[in-house]
Structures are given as structure tokens and as C-alpha cells.
Design a protein around this ligand. Sequence first.
Ligand code: SF4
Length: 320
Amino acid sequence: MEKPAFWQNTKRYYDLKSYWRNLFGCTVYKLQIDAGFTCPNRDGKVAYGGCIYCDGRGSKLRQQGPLPTVSRQIQDGKSHYGKIRGAGRYIAYFQTFTNTYGPVNHLKAIYDEALAHEDVIGLSVGTRPDCVPDPVLDLLQEYAEHRHVWLEFGLQSIHDRTLRALNRGHTAEQFLDAVRRTAGRGIHLCVHIIAGLPGETRDDTLATARALAALPIQGIKIHCLLALRGTAMGRDYEQGRLTLISREDYIGTVCDVLEILSPGIVIQRLTADGYRDIFLGPSWAAHKLDVLNGIDRELARRGTYQGSRFDTGTAEPKMR
Ligand code: SF4
């Protein structure tokens, strides 16, 4: 396979920075927003306690005290990026917990508040696949008619036995239903998956990748399972009941996943972020640049790219 010309980058995969530069002709930054949501997998609507790897603390901002308004967070984020990197455009990233978990009029108010700011060209909304009723999708579709809109689904695995073990509180079918109901609305879909989940082999992770490759999604985030202090999974790790994925296995798995995905899917993330104060392992995951360089080197060693093993008989992601 030749490297796709439309990537216009120096990578062996289609990274988010290049995608946005190609689309908008400038650098685009994501402004992280904590709008005060909780999660139905924590407050009892779906379950209590949340996913077994989730620390449940929310953003650093939330841990510091009362949350600033969405507008304040946008202004602070813009001045941070403006100072260190110069002017660009921005996507308001509603990141913390489940950002569609509320009445539609409230969602509209906070999304409008973010979009009212100069140079904020769109939204990225993180949520769960069981928390996007049609009226929420209708609202996001309206924005997508004139703004750049992403919806991010936490999935982690396509295997129901794993979703149950993680206490995700939703099934693979609920995810597929959410993808089907989102498709064709002009909303870009990004799916989060984890490599090295307990009870999963590399083949299980690749089955998840193959399932995603056949769906109308436009982006993916991948990271390895992290053990965090204070979580059920962290306790398993501290008590020797959980073995975490090795650096070599993670890099090999990510390269396999990238080869399976369509060349048109935007790779939004290949490492995990944050959590320094409660991070237990794997220790190599703290060195993000080293992991990214390892992925680049492994793809170069293989002579492959994202999409090298993409089955063209499956659905092409739309809205490149
Ligand atoms: S769905 Fe997300 S926010 Fe909710 S418990 Fe799981 S990881 Fe935490």
C-alpha cells in the first residue's frame, strides 16, 4: 500500500493535528471543558461505582473547587494556547464524565455558550453510547449543519463479556445502535478503545478494531489499560491479581489496529493522559513520547501504514 496523499503529514497514520490542518488550513486546539456533568454509570441510573478503571474524580478543575462557567473555561483555555503557541482556532471539548447526560435545553445552553466565542469553530462531546437519545442527536445535527461537530463514544471493547467485567453498564448492541442512529447526520464519530483489558488477548482487541473498521466512524482514540489508585482495578493491581500489558505488546497491538483501520479514520490519540498523582502502572505508559516513537519505529520496521490491512469490502468512513 502507498501512503495516502491526502494525509499530508510525515506519519504512518492520519493524526488529528494534520487532519484539522488539512481541513481548516490552520492549527486547531481542543479546549477541555468540565461542565459539571456526572455519569449514569455512577449515580445509579445505570449502575453505581462506575467502570472498574474509572477514578471518578473528574477534571483537575473540579478537584480544585467550584467549577468556573463554560465561558470562563473557554477564555482561560484560549489565552493559555494563545500565549504558548500563537493564534489558532478551537474546538470546545466537553470532556468530563457524560456530556449528554442532561435535559436537551441545558445541553443547548452550554454548547451555545461555548460556540459564542470567537474562533471556536465546533464541538467535541464525550459521552456513553447509551446516553444519546434522538433529541440529543437532533440537537448535535443542527450544530453540524454549520459547525464542526464530533461525538466521542467510550466503548473500550466490542466484547460483551469484557463490557460486563469492566462494569461498563452498556452492551455492544447499544453501541452499534448509537452508531446507526448517529450516522448520516453530519456528526463526526470518534470511538475510544483500550488495549490490554483484563481477560482479553491481542486477537480480542483486533476483533474490536475490525468491528470499528466496518462502521461509519471517523475517528478513534486508543490507549493502554492504566491502573489507578482508588479504583477497583487499581486494587487488583496492587494485590497482584492484575497483569498490565507490556510496552512491546502495546506497541505491536496498536500497529496491528492501525493497519486494520481505514486510512480515512483520524487517529485522535495513541497514549493516555493525566492521572500523575494516582498512577500505578504500567510504568512505561508515563513516557508518552517514547511510546509514540516506538509505534512510528514499529510501523517503519514493518513497512506498513494505517490501512495496510483495511478490508475495502467494509464500510468506508464518511466525511473525511
Ligand atoms: S462511563 Fe466514563 S465517566 Fe462513567 S464510570 Fe465509565 S469511565 Fe467513568
